[in-house]
Design a protein around this ligand. Structure first.
Ligand code: COA
Length: 189
């Protein structure tokens, strides 16, 4: 199953035109593209709250994905850019009782950040959530210290619902956990 959509991303000065990004389920052969996306321990922790071992290693990564799939129905996806290369990853699950979707582990290839790929990938993820799975809203958690991610989610129409101060420790740092939600009618900017 591949979800394909022509995306008219504004062709602003630092953006690329994303015409035909695709999201599709993660396959083990995708791991090689991703293994070095979060080389430093702090960025890795900001991404996944250390749910995966650092450095990222395929057996552990896929074992955690399987556990999450069994426990909460998480489905792992990759984003494939116009040039056919894997450029992003996220997990998505729908709570069938509340019909709230949950996005996790959103990441874009560091060599290609800041040019609109995260925005394009999340737009496709939201289309999938609202149109294919019937989500009434989509939630995610982010450390607000992770400013690029926080700003990215705000740009996509997510709003902050709650902040738990000091929810996660990394070395001598205490990061807050920020819960954000996006409704189908919300606009991105
Ligand atoms: C968060 C992440 C996925 C964003 O992906 P991206 O492809 O760089 O984002 P985009 O280029 O599509 O930017 C989308 C919006 O994000 C915001 N943004 C992106 N990078 C930013 C930065 N360095 N500083 C501030 N805002 C930033 C902007 O609002 C931008 O909108 P604009 O283009 O209108 O200015 C990427 O930074 C990433 O992979 N981070 C590491 C993994 C991680 O921490 N994930 C979050 C887990 S909760």
């Amino acid at each position: 199953m591949a979800i394909r959509s022509p995306l008219q991303i504004r062709d602003a000065h630092r953006r690329i035109q994303v015409n035909s990004m695709t999201i599709r389920p993660y396959e083990p052969s995708d791991f090689d593209a991703m293994r070095d996306w979060l080389p430093d321990a702090r960025a890795h922790a900001m991404w996944c709250a250390n749910r995966f071992a650092h450095p990222l290693e395929q057996d552990n990564f896929e074992a955690v994905l399987r556990e999450n799939a069994a426990r909460s129905g998480d489905a792992p996806f990759v984003a494939v850019a116009d040039d056919g290369r894997v450029c992003g990853f996220f997990c998505y699950a729908l709570n069938p009782d509340t019909r709230v979707g949950l996005l996790k582990f959103v990441v874009v290839d560091p060599a290609r950040r800041g040019i609109g790929l995260g925005r394009a990938m999340l737009k496709l993820a939201l289309e999938h959530a609202f149109n294919d799975t019937g989500a009434r809203s989509v939630r995610l958690n982010v450390f607000p210290e992770n400013l690029p991610a926080l700003r990215c989610y705000e740009a996509l129409g997510f709003t902050i619902e709650r902040i738990d101060p000091g929810a996660f420790r990394f070395g001598d740092e205490a990061w807050s956990r920020c819960g954000m939600r996006r409704y189908p009618e919300a606009a991105d900017r």
